[in-house]
Design a protein around this ligand. Sequence first.
Ligand SMILES: Nc1nc2c(ncn2[C@@H]2O[C@H](COP(=O)(O)OP(=O)(O)OP(=O)(O)O)[C@@H](O)[C@H]2O)c(=O)[nH]1
Ligand SMILES: [Mg+2]
Ligand SMILES: [Zn+2]
Length: 308
Amino acid sequence: MSGRKRHTAEETRTGDDRRGRIVTRYGAEMLVEDEGGLLHRCTARRRLEHAVCGDRVRWQPAEQGNDIVTAIEPRHNVLERPDHAGRAKPLAANIDRLLVVLAAEPPPSGELVDRYLVAAMMLDAHAAIVVNKCDKGLGAAEVLVNEFRALGCPVLETSAATGKGIAALADLMGGGTNILVGQSGVGKSSLVKALLPDIDIRIGDLSLASGEGRHTTTAATLYHLPDGGDLIDSPGVRDFMPASLDTAAVHRGFVEIAALAADCRFADCSHRNEPGCAVRQAVQEGRVSERRYASYLALLRETAEARR
Ligand SMILES: Nc1nc2c(ncn2[C@@H]2O[C@H](COP(=O)(O)OP(=O)(O)OP(=O)(O)O)[C@@H](O)[C@H]2O)c(=O)[nH]1
Ligand SMILES: [Mg+2]
Ligand SMILES: [Zn+2]
């Protein structure tokens, strides 16, 4: 043979690697979809970074047991959220659009939506709000969604129960990777089922029946949309804090506040108690919602505390 260096075992294996995308992950196991659409149960190679739903990966078939994920392809972004100990944990990667789902029941939290909008900005992803269960009326969600509409955020009213707004939701998503986020019980999984009526059993064995006899999603799972693009269903949250948040990101994420900041007397105005603050002026005059302003201050405070 020529004088070329012989391949090490590692290099040879890399050459055999196949491409795939993580559909879901439960514990140490992942379901990887190959380029032909087949699913493979995989485990990560040792010391590999934590791969999540939506990650594009390299993997190798194994002769027995699980196939092996060998590498994670560079991510466009990763949505993280704090675990019960407050540490940021990756949830899903390569997100193009964040769909924040809310409903009249469970009672909606404006602050939660605000935080997801900040996260979307940080991920460089589109954002939209989906008001589900509109068959039951909008209830407490109505005031909130009017506020978000006024900010220019796309808002869609849907009912997974009657099918209202489901076609519009499919249109809005278009190509790319979409993710449904929001409180538990707002109907994220029901929306997936409404969009994909003949969804297979993937949902069944990845959900656990909760005490109330309904299925609560326990792992982010990716589905293909009929017109192209993907949709990730994610487990419900109680609250949410964007990972690696800093003051600048909070400013950028509250678009109406960012837009006014240029008119404040001081360039570094914190919009709390400086004289000549255009933001507080706008709040007093009702041009910026008091709720949004309070939410902004709360997020800034928490950001400062988290970084201390
Ligand atoms: N009336 C009405 N009920 C709905 C609608 N969508 C969902 N539900 C009901 O709301 C409950 C929760 O729905 P899920 O789809 O499991 O909610 P989820 O957001 O996926 O919840 P988690 O997986 O726990 O985060 C179920 O009992 C659904 O039948 C709707 O459009 N209208
Ligand atoms: Mg669910
Ligand atoms: Zn100011």
